[in-house]
Structure formats: structure tokens, C-alpha cells
Write a protein that binds this ligand. Structure first.
Ligand SMILES: NC(=O)c1ccc[n+]([C@@H]2O[C@H](COP(=O)([O-])OP(=O)(O)OC[C@H]3O[C@@H](n4cnc5c(N)ncnc54)[C@H](O)[C@@H]3O)[C@@H](O)[C@H]2O)c1
Ligand SMILES: [Zn+2]
Length: 454
């Protein structure tokens, strides 16, 4: 994936609003080039625009470049975009755009007929430079993160993968969707490997076998087709094999489509705990095909629903209408783009998870599913946030679990987010999620106890 993101599109498309909502460092050519310069003639103005784009795309840290509508008319700018940025075209129809800009001081928005003609003229240029077309902020976040969410996207896998592909999947998913994936990869498919289904995939012995079986060279791509266990383990194999090769997750479970396959974290487990060995390894592309979920067993759907409800709580959206896959993936993608290495706001994605992990550990990871534990954890987090949890109850119906109270409490105190023995939790404040919130031990213990039966 290229480091920078460039937003192109006609004036009035909403590029500035979308760029701001992404929350990444942004350079706007409109802000950097005074509009008065236009009076000296369009070439002088365009030349300055090109300079601003060149400087922005030369930066070492990733930036979003918000390009004025006409910047793509300069061949040098188109060249720079091709080389250095993921280019997202924020498309808008001419009448919507006109409604937004008419009456403004923009020199090219004074006459509707000229405006319309220019809108027509520019479309092929935007199409030529764009890596993706977007209609809203979520589309832009997904495109910036290299995520394609589209029904039937599996069929396009071949065009989204470059070089030879090693397909890595699990026996269940292979039996259902393996053939379609192989057909879609066509002549790019070089090898196919199976990891064990479920958490067994995330063991050193399964990884060892995969490392030894892989034949790809450094130009190859690991394609991970399966749930979160497959994408975590195959992603880690891709991060380490030959010191790292490209990878493309194709998540097939709800958990993986809304969570595990988004954000570039890969891992395997140790006997001492889950996800203790891993790497940040951002995929070159992530292919999310919601149609693949049709074959998912109900129990597994329920697992994913807990993360969907978590996301709805974080975004503050109406819980009565659970978010769709696209919205959840876009939300997580945007958070991870802003904080790829988990130093700050990415921690909010752990809402309810400190309790959940404590319950899972107390059950020795047997008998209490992650989704069930998260549902309970969300109730505790809501309670400590002073919020009502009736809707979470209604949607997820989590029953208290039978685990050893002392063991659960001990696990909670060992959480890696705690500081100096003091508990730090993610809670929901009035202004949205807050992380690293210190919570008195007695209160946390009481909330935990209420999740445990007997
Ligand atoms: N990397 C991250 O950021 C991240 C985030 C959340 C979870 N995770 C990890 O994800 C894992 C859990 O993921 P999961 O719940 O997807 O588990 P999973 O990969 O074991 O999949 C669940 C089950 O569903 C089956 N399955 C998957 N897709 C199917 C389909 N379309 N049709 C029929 N069956 C299908 C699988 O074969 C498996 O038996 C955990 O190990 C967790 O740590 C990682
Ligand atoms: Zn989770």
C-alpha cells in the first residue's frame, strides 16, 4: 500500500469535509494556494498547486492530500499521484455539487452551464488517476486502508492480487468457498495450504508446517481465506516468511469481516496466553465479500454480532439498527489508520474486552466463547460508564457464566493495559469513548462479579 492518500474530485464533492473526518494530517491545495492567484491566469495557479502536491507527497509521514478540483488537469500532478498516493475519487453528481458551491466566490462556479461542461470534462481525468471511487467518508477510509467491501468481491480476487498466490485456508472454508477462490485466482494460484480449523491454526506447530510448505518467492502473495484464526495465522506467516511477503486477507466469518482482518494485526498463541507472538503487517488489500457469510453457522454469526454491537456503542449509533459490515469495517479501518500501533485511540476497540478476557481466562478458554464474554464485558463497561445496558441484553442475551471468581479477578488484574497495578478500562463518556480510564478496584470487581453465576 502507498503511504499517502490523495482525494480528488470536482468542487463541491465534499473532499474537505471527508478529509477532516478521517482525522489524519491533511494538506489542502485550496488552503495553500490563494484563490486571488487565479486572476494572474490559470497556468500560474496550477503551477502553484503542483508545487504544493509535490511537497506534500514528498513528506515522510503519511498525509491526506485534498486536491482542488482542477489539480488533476496538470500532467505532472497525475504522474505524482500515480507514483506516490492511493488516489480516491470522491464522486458527486453535477447538481448536488452546484447546490453546494453556487453563490460562492469560486471563479469556476459562477455559471451553471460552464460548471456542468467542466464537470463532464473532468470525469475522465478523475477516473484515470483513481485507485478507488468513493461516495462518502466510509468509502474513503476503506479505500485508504486498501479494503474492498462488495458483494461478489471474491470473484474479483484475481485482479486484486499481483504475482503468484499461495492460498491459505481451513478445511471447513476450503470445502465451501475454496473452489470459488481458486477459480477467481486463476493462473495466479501457485499453491494451496490448509491450516487446522479454529484456534488450532494459531499454534507454533501449525505455523511451522505452513512455513515449511510455502514455496512463494518474495514477489508472491499469501491469500488468507477464512475466519479470524486463519487470517491471524496466515497473516503472521506472511509477516515472517522470507522476512515478510505481501498478503491479502479474504475474511469469511463475521468476526473476521468486521474485526480480525481489519487493521494489520497478526498473531499466534502461546500456551501462556492468546496472541502473545505476532506482528503488525498491513495487508496490500483486504477483500470483504458479505455474500460469503451466508454459509456461516448461526453460532459463529452470534460471535460476530458481539463485535458489531461493540462498534455501534463506540460510534454512538442507534443500537436498534445494528451496523452493517461495511460501516463496522470502515470505522475500525479509520481508527487503525490514525493509530496503527495501538498507542492511543485504537485502544477503544477493547471496549468490554478486559472483562471478556478475564472471563475467558478463568474458563481456561473452554466453554465461554469470546462473543459471549464480550457481550458480558459490554454490560460491565456500560454499567461503569453509568449507561443502561438493556439493549445489549436484548440483542445479545448474554447469561452470566460459571467460572471461578478469584481466577477471573486475578486475570483482570494482569491485563496488559493496567498501569502500576491500577486498572485502566475503556468506558463511554459523554463525548464518546475514553480509554486508559482508571477505575477503582472495588468497582471493577463488583462489575465483574455480576457477570459470574453461582
Ligand atoms: N487480528 C485482530 O485484530 C483480531 C481481532 C479480533 C479477533 N481476532 C482473532 O480472530 C479469531 C476468531 O475469529 P473467528 O471467530 O472468525 O474464528 P475462526 O477462524 O475459527 O472461524 C470460526 C469458524 O467458522 C468457520 N467458518 C468461517 N467462515 C465460514 C463460512 N463463510 N462458512 C462456514 N463456516 C465458516 C471456520 O471454519 C471456523 O470453524 C481469534 O483467534 C481472535 O483472536 C483477531
Ligand atoms: Zn473481540
Amino acid at each position: 500500500m502507498k503511504k499517502h492518500v490523495a482525494l480528488v474530485g470536482f468542487m463541491g464533492a465534499g473532499k474537505t469535509t471527508v478529509a477532516r473526518s478521517l482525522g489524519l494530517p491533511t494538506v489542502s491545495t485550496d488552503d495553500s494556494v490563494p484563490i486571488e492567484l487565479f486572476e494572474q491566469g490559470e497556468p500560474a495557479f496550477r503551477e502553484r498547486e503542483a508545487e504544493v502536491v509535490r511537497a506534500a507527497l514528498g513528506r515522510t509521514e503519511p498525509v491526506v492530500v485534498d486536491l482542488g478540483g482542477g489539480a488533476v488537469t496538470i500532467p505532472a500532478v497525475r504522474e505524482l499521484l500515480r507514483e506516490r498516493a492511493t488516489v480516491v475519487w470522491l464522486d458527486v453528481d453535477v447538481d448536488t455539487a452546484w447546490e453546494r458551491v453556487k453563490g460562492s466566490a469560486r471563479p469556476l462556479a459562477q455559471n451553471y452551464d460552464d460548471f456542468k461542461r467542466r464537470h463532464e470534462e473532468r470525469r475522465p481525468l478523475y477516473a484515470e488517476v483513481a485507485d478507488a471511487v468513493a461516495h462518502d467518508a466510509d468509502d474513503v477510509a476503506l479505500a485508504a486502508a486498501g479494503i474492498v467491501v462488495e458483494r461478489g468481491a471474491l470473484r474479483r480476487l484475481g485482479e486484486l492480487v499481483s504475482g503468484a498466490a499461495a492460498l491459505v485456508t481451513d478445511p471447513n472454508v476450503n470445502g465451501i468457498h475454496g473452489m470459488d477462490a481458486q477459480l477467481a485466482l486463476g493462473s495466479k494460484l501457485a499453491e494451496t495450504h490448509e491450516l487446522p480449523a479454529g484456534e488450532e491454526a494459531k499454534t507454533l506447530s501449525a505455523l511451522d508446517r505452513l512455513w515449511q510448505e510455502l514455496r512463494l518467492d518474495r514477489g508472491g502473495t499469501v491469500v488468507a481465506l477464512g475466519g479470524g484464526c486463519t487470517t491471524d495465522a496466515a497473516g503472521f506467516a506472511a509477516a515472517t516468511y522470507l522476512r515478510g511477503v505481501d498478503w491479502v486477507p479474504v475474511p469469511t466469518s463475521l468476526v473476521a469481516q468486521v474485526d480480525a482482518a481489519i487493521g494489520g494485526k497478526t498473531a499466534i498463541d502461546l500456551p501462556q496466553g492468546k496472541n502473545l507472538v505476532g506482528a503488525f503487517h498491513w495487508p496490500v488489500c483486504t477483500v470483504v465479500d458479505p455474500d460469503l457469510l451466508h454459509t456461516l453457522p448461526e453460532r459463529e454469526r452470534q460471535e460476530g454480532l458481539a463485535e458489531v454491537v461493540k462498534t455501534s456503542l463506540l460510534t454512538g449509533e442507534n443500537l436498534h439498527e445494528p451496523l452493517d459490515v461495511r460501516r463496522c469495517a470502515a470505522f475500525k479501518a479509520a481508527v487503525c489508520l490514525r493509530d496503527p500501533h495501538d498507542h492511543g485511540e485504537r485502544k477503544q476497540l477493547n471496549l468490554g474486552h478486559t472483562f471478556a478476557h478475564a472471563l475467558e481466562a478463568a474458563a481456561h478458554y473452554e466453554g465461554v466463547t469470546h462473543g459471549h464474554a464480550v457481550a458480558l464485558g459490554l454490560k460491565a463497561a456500560l454499567k461503569l460508564s453509568g449507561r443502561d445496558s438493556a439493549l445489549v441484553d436484548e440483542l445479545l442475551r448474554p447469561k452470566p457464566v460459571r467460572v471461578d471468581r478469584e481466577r477471573a479477578w486475578a486475570a483482570m488484574q494482569r491485563d496488559k493495559k493496567n498501569v502500576g497495578g491500577e486498572l485502566r478500562l475503556v468506558l463511554l463518556g459523554d463525548g464518546g469513548p475514553q480509554w486508559d480510564v482508571p477505575v477503582p478496584a472495588a468497582e471493577a470487581r463488583k462489575a465483574l462479579d455480576e457477570l459470574i453465576a453461582g
